[in-house]
Design a protein around this ligand. Structure first.
Ligand code: IPE
Ligand code: MG
Length: 233
């Protein structure tokens, strides 16, 4: 969800206003995703690298996160949204941590839409954490080299049992992943949109979904093989 700051700056507004507008778009896009029967949505809200921003902006983002969690808790419960935070939780201010835990607990029975909020997240750091967990098990004699399979590694990532990413959208014209779900999105279709995140609408989501539908996902096979596998026996 990139471009909040530039959106505000273009209008001579403080960057925090862009983040506020961005949060409104999060609500709208989450609803739009659910209405389109999307089951899993992961939003990159705050990268581990974003801790390096000016304190004032980081504080504004943390306040906004609290406001978002508090104001959305009830509607998430009612709309069947299961929220989970992914990222380095220990770095978060206590008030954000407590709220996140509360909303996670109060929505954990929901199964209409699984919403992962990546906060203080970086995919490479997540992989390091997963590896540490596996090594700890190995040190206790609970894990052998042959036990370390793809499935186990995927389970140990913060995304846990979330399926692989099918479609990854980045706004604001930047064409890079910036540490977002590097393992989970290794076969994802990438869609880059020039619009800044605060201007992103459900029509843009639809356009990205249409683009996704138009692509042939071959997973290493030939187009001919795919056609054969799809034709009736
Ligand atoms: C995305 O908008 C939100 C966060 C990273 C928190 P940015 O704040 O990165 O906006 P730009 O890239 O500076 O425009
Ligand atoms: Mg940015």
């Amino acid at each position: 969800m990139d471009g909040n700051g530039r959106w505000a700056e273009q209008q001579g507004l403080p960057r925090a206003v862009g983040h506020e507008k961005g949060a409104e778009v999060v609500r709208a896009v989450t609803r739009a995703a659910k209405a389109r029967s999307i089951k899993h949505l992961t939003l990159f809200a705050f990268s581990s690298l974003n801790w390096g921003r000016p304190t004032q902006e980081v504080n504004a983002l943390m306040d906004l996160l609290c406001h978002f969690l508090e104001s959305q808790e009830q509607s998430m419960i009612e709309e069947g949204i299961c929220l989970r935070g992914i990222g380095e939780r220990s770095f978060l201010p206590q008030r954000v941590k407590s709220l996140l835990e509360r909303v996670e607990e109060n929505t954990n029975q929901n199964n209409e839409l699984f919403l992962n909020l990546a906060i203080s997240y970086d995919g490479r750091r997540d992989l390091v954490k997963a590896t540490q967990q596996l090594v700890a098990l190995a040190c206790q004699g609970l894990l052998l080299p042959a036990d370390v399979q793809e499935e186990l590694i995927m389970q140990k990532l913060a995304t846990g049992n979330t399926p692989d990413v099918d479609l990854l959208i980045r706004t604001s014209g930047e064409q890079r992943l910036s540490g977002f779900l590097p393992i989970e999105a290794c076969y994802a279709e990438l869609v880059f949109i020039d619009k800044l995140w605060p201007d992103f609408t459900s029509q843009d989501l639809d356009r990205a979904l249409d683009e996704f539908e138009s692509r042939q996902r071959r997973f290493g096979l030939t187009g001919h093989q795919l056609e054969l596998s799809m034709s009736p026996a």
